[in-house]
Design a protein around this ligand. Structure first.
Ligand code: SF4
Ligand code: SF4
Ligand code: SF4
Length: 351
């Protein structure tokens, strides 16, 4: 069956039933700016930056929330669209404290980028936003409400993407705020510190505490890797300055689809820990001394042989780690079963 079509900036394009105007535009290489849109989450139309003209409609429409319809005539870049987007960006800037010089999001902030794109140099309005104190009490996430544009992406990320349901909208009008149940700080709420809200925030309202002051986004190199914590294999990006990891964000991978848990996102301190073991240690007379891998492995093999000779293979057991890959775990059990001759093999993920 032929697909339905609409006209996008004067050009006929096909679309799938159920797609929004924004999705049709993206599929056809037409850029529409957004702030609140979060892929695969329920659209909210909160920021009004993705406004487009639809012929016959009474007003401009939010393209992220408007389903595409057959025969629609959509214009994404008219003067009316430009003026409205500019006004909405200006109002968002006026609604908070947007001093980019001191903001951690400087250089990666979507609001800042749009202000630049639409040539906003002066804010004509005085904001009347409720000034809530910054929440800086937990060790992982700083919540700066003065920079929050109430786009709701954090709420979608928490509720739709991670399904933790720890935050939502609270209060009304100029006093509106993103709140946990009972408006308690994150560390006294249902928040599990997965950091998905942090990742979704398009501005500097949610900031990773450990990354504060450690480098601007344009100074950081991104290195894609696999989370070392468990066997799920979540894909992640290490943001590195020099030889130090400054922060971790999620990458799209088949297992995690852009999500991470608290361990993967925040538990990277061990990489630079001065207490990290970098060489095997052998205990002699109650004291550890450094050894080469050859020496350490040779000693383990010798001890295995002695135990097996004296007590039998059943006296030996192997406990493997969830931090290794499936392939490594396969080899581990093979070593114990075929090499040593025992079925005493287990894995910490089962405990
Ligand atoms: S949130 Fe964005 S616009 Fe606001 S101060 Fe930070 S960088 Fe600037
Ligand atoms: S850290 Fe995770 S659980 Fe906590 S509010 Fe953010 S998304 Fe929700
Ligand atoms: S904290 Fe960030 S993501 Fe959440 S509503 Fe505010 S600006 Fe949007």
């Amino acid at each position: 069956m032929a697909k339905p079509t609409l006209t996008l900036n004067g050009k006929p394009v096909e679309f799938e039933p159920g797609q929004t105007i924004l999705e049709v535009a993206l599929n056809n290489g037409v850029e529409i700016p957004t702030l609140c849109y979060l892929k695969d989450a329920t659209p909210t139309g909160a920021c009004r930056v993705c406004l487009v003209e639809v012929k016959g409609a009474r007003t401009l429409v939010a393209s992220c929330a408007m389903p595409a319809g057959p025969g629609m005539e959509v214009t994404t870049d008219s003067q009316a669209v430009h003026t409205s987007r500019r006004l909405n960006i200006e109002l968002l800037l006026a609604s908070g404290n947007h001093n980019c010089l001191t903001c951690e999001a400087n250089g990666r902030c979507k609001l800042q980028a749009l202000a630049y794109k639409y040539g906003i140099t002066d804010i004509r309005f005085k904001g009347q936003t409720q000034q809530y104190a910054t929440e800086d009490e937990n060790p992982l996430i700083v919540r700066d409400f003065s920079r929050c544009i109430l786009c709701g992406r954090c709420v979608q990320a928490c509720n739709d993407v991670q399904v933790n349901r720890a935050i939502g909208y609270g209060y009304r009008g100029a006093a509106s705020k993103i709140v946990t149940t009972g408006d308690r700080p994150y560390h006294h709420s249902d928040c599990v510190f997965c950091g998905q809200c942090l990742e979704a925030c398009p501005v500097g309202a949610l900031v990773e505490k450990k990354a504060k002051g450690q480098g601007r986004s344009y100074e950081l190199k991104q290195v894609r890797t696999t989370c070392p914590y468990c066997g799920v294999g979540c894909q992640m990006l290490l943001h590195v300055k020099g030889d130090r990891i400054v922060k971790v964000t999620a990458a799209q991978g088949p297992a995690n689809k852009g999500r991470l848990c608290v361990k993967g996102r925040f538990g990277y301190d061990f990489v630079h820990s001065p207490e990290r073991l970098t060489t095997p240690l052998i205990k002699e007379d109650g004291q550890f001394r450094e050894a080469s891998w050859d020496e350490a492995l040779g000693l383990v093999a010798k001890k295995f042989k002695e135990i097996k000779k004296e007590h039998g293979a059943g006296a030996i057991a192997g406990l493997s780690s969830a931090r290794t890959t499936n392939e490594e775990n396969y080899l581990f059990q093979k070593l114990f079963r075929a090499g040593i001759g025992t079925n005493n093999v287990d894995h910490c993920a089962r405990l």
